[in-house]
Design a protein. Structure first.
Length: 427
């Protein structure tokens, strides 16, 4: 097998736009941009440090507003080269922010309720946002094979993005995922491997693979490219604020799998404040989990700083990470902003999927049932203020998790005549 040359961590010649270096979230140690994810000093997670110093607020705002109707309008704030929009990629983002007045009425929200509907992305989940950043990093570091450990949606997003970018893909999922996700992941022609185990087993396997000659020359979007990948979630924060007229909502309800999305939405909001693009006002971040995989929620309620791993057992498979890497940071953010972390049962997830569909015409996957269900619960227990604005994330498409709502179907079966129609009581 041909060995690829991968840029070393000391190669500062890579052009990833405003990304200046990697810096450790724990100790602040800085290293040049490279395909590394853990601090050599303290093993803390590395994240992108930017140089935004050259930006003038109003010029930046104009440049963004004149940009394409996808995440690349925010290219000046992402670890991507300036000409990113001209390259073959999936162009995700700029999904609808739906003013959910019917749902607001049902839940008693008077301050404005919105659903950020990320089922509208190219592979029908929010994962296209993060994978798009990883593809640029893979290009910059010379990788020709993309890989990942996935709870389902990521595998599809990687398969599609690799196909478009002309890269090979080989992705790993738990063997027992929903058929919709398996087909979505396989259809783009890459290799799809089912692992006999849960996501945490898949993830452990990938960590082993990356240390082996078989995987060392691969770009794992959520392992060695994770610092770049993770930044894609900031675009949710940017879009929500821009779509609200450059305003931060009072309250956001965000699903938690590894916790990466939630922490980067907070990072995105902080950047908008520092850049002067939005007014610096308080906001509360709420994390949402399914009871059958609720390690962060359990830690939050117990007042703990550490997250005890769980063995997941829930229909919300896209969120079924029992040992979430960013769990402690999620706890920090929920506590610092005055939010909370809450969980709902699988039954409440299904009820919430149906509630959202019936009120707003949005068919969410189980992760969307988790956020809507948690929103309802947090309003009921007084932690979300219904007189203030709320943005709820729907991060995936219900067509991928049809099993969750099996039994939903025909109102009646009739013979093709009026008599039969009347007999059915529908006239
Ligand atoms: C991956 C995923 C998330 C969030 O995952 P994090 O690991 O917490 O960033 C949310 N919703 C869906 C549908 C997902 O697939
Ligand atoms: Zn460190």
């Amino acid at each position: 097998m041909a060995v690829q040359t991968v840029a070393s961590t000391t190669d500062s010649a890579v052009d990833l736009g405003p990304a200046a270096a990697l810096s450790c979230r724990e100790c602040g140690h800085r290293v040049p941009l490279g395909p590394v994810f853990a601090c050599e000093e303290c093993f803390g997670p590395l994240e992108i440090a930017y140089d935004f110093s050259a930006y003038d607020t109003e010029e930046l705002r104009k440049r963004i507003e004149a940009g394409p109707a996808n995440i690349w309008r925010y290219a000046p704030l992402l670890p991507v080269p300036a000409d990113v929009a001209t390259k073959p990629n999936m162009n995700p983002g700029w999904t609808k922010l739906v003013k959910a007045d019917n749902l607001a009425r049902e839940l008693g929200v008077t301050g404005g309720l919105y659903v950020k509907d990320d089922s509208g992305n190219p592979t029908h989940s929010f994962k296209d946002r993060v994978v798009a950043q990883a593809v640029e990093a893979a290009r910059a570091f010379g990788y020709t094979t993309l890989s990942c450990s996935s709870t389902g949606n990521l595998a599809g997003a990687v398969g599609a993005a690799a196909a478009r970018a002309g890269l090979r893909s080989c992705v790993f999922i738990p063997h027992d995922l929903e058929q919709g996700k398996v087909v979505m992941a396989a259809i783009y022609g890459g290799e799809l491997v089912g692992i006999e185990g849960n996501y945490d087993d898949v993830n452990r396997f990938c960590s082993e693979l990356i240390g082996d000659s078989a995987g060392e020359s691969w770009g794992f979007v959520n392992v060695n490219l994770r610092p770049y990948y993770a930044e894609g979630s900031k675009t949710l924060a940017y879009e929500i604020c821009e779509q609200l007229g450059w305003r931060i909502p009072d309250q956001l309800v965000i699903p938690i799998a590894s916790g990466s999305q939630l922490t980067k939405i907070d990072k995105g909001l902080q950047e908008l404040i520092k850049l002067g693009l939005v007014e610096d006002r308080p906001y509360k971040i709420f994390g949402a989990q399914a009871e059958g995989c609720s390690p962060v929620s359990v830690a939050y309620k117990a007042g703990h700083d550490v997250v005890r791993p769980q063995k997941p057992n829930t229909i919300a498979k896209s969120l079924a990470i029992g040992n979430p890497a960013d769990g402690p940071y999620v706890l920090d953010i929920a506590r610092r902003t005055g939010g909370a972390v809450e969980d709902v049962t699988d039954e409440q997830v299904v009820d919430a999927i149906k509630l959202l569909a019936r009120t707003e015409g949005i068919f969410a996957e189980t992760a969307g049932g988790v956020t809507v269900g948690v929103t309802k619960k947090l309003i009921e227990n007084g932690l979300i203020d219904p007189a203030k604005s709320v943005v709820v994330l729907n991060t995936g498409d219900g067509l991928k998790t049809l099993d969750a709502v099996a039994g939903t179907g025909l109102t009646a079966t009739i013979r093709p005549n009026l008599e039969s129609f009347r007999e059915a009581g529908l006239a």
